[in-house]
Write a protein of this length. Structure first.
Length: 205
């Protein structure tokens, strides 16, 4: 039983996922946070190693047990990848869960702790979003400003600063930030959100 082509196909799919995750985290490369960037790739890299070892494992297994060995091996690989993905960035994940639960102060505390350890632009931007949602636009504006100073290409930081500026009545500056999103590092969902925010600001002078 040859697993050369299935293995090659699996690696090609994995390469696509690696490219996508790399694009999502390119702000870490701009900040030269290479360790943090690698941490986000580790689950997929470990999966790639396991996939590469698959043909050797199956070749060593008796013919009559090849399929059970394959299923056990793939199941173990999936479990290991899942565990590594959840252990890689637990604080960020916990902060994201708190933010979605609208527990903004708790999320802000976690981002402040992350900033104390590693002052990355993405952490300042996320802190700004938490503070803005918690009703403190002045502190949110300061955090977003810091994020943009550290990484002028971080699109989400402009969105968060625009939200804080709008809350402070600075509509013209907020629109400027929203327009900037289309010229810096931003994904389709962020650009769509910026378009919707611009529409909602049209009625403000």
């Amino acid at each position: 039983m040859s697993f050369f082509y299935p293995t090659l196909g699996a690696l090609a799919i994995l390469a696509g996922f690696l490219f996508f995750i790399g694009l999502q985290n390119r702000d870490l490369l701009r900040a030269r946070a290479y360790g943090e960037f690698l941490v986000r790739l580790l689950p997929l890299l470990s999966t790639a190693v396991l996939i590469l070892g698959l043909p050797f494992v199956v070749d060593l297994a008796p013919v009559e047990n090849a399929m059970p060995v394959l299923l056990v091996y793939l199941g173990g690989a999936a479990v290991l990848t899942f565990i590594m993905a959840h252990l890689a960035i637990p604080e960020e994940r916990r902060a994201g869960v708190l933010f979605r639960r609208e527990e903004y102060e708790g999320a802000a505390e976690i981002y402040e702790q992350l900033i104390a350890r590693r002052p990355l632009p993405r952490y300042y931007s996320a802190l700004g979003a938490c503070l803005d949602a918690a009703g403190d636009p002045y502190a949110a504006l300061e955090a977003a400003d810091t994020a943009i100073k550290l990484d002028p290409k971080l699109g989400i930081a402009y969105y968060n600063r625009a939200s804080a500026r709008a809350a402070l009545g600075e509509y013209s500056q907020a629109r400027d930030d929203l327009h900037t999103i289309f010229t810096v590092d931003s994904n389709r969902r962020l650009r769509r959100a910026a378009e919707e925010a611009l529409e909602s600001l049209k009625s403000n002078s």
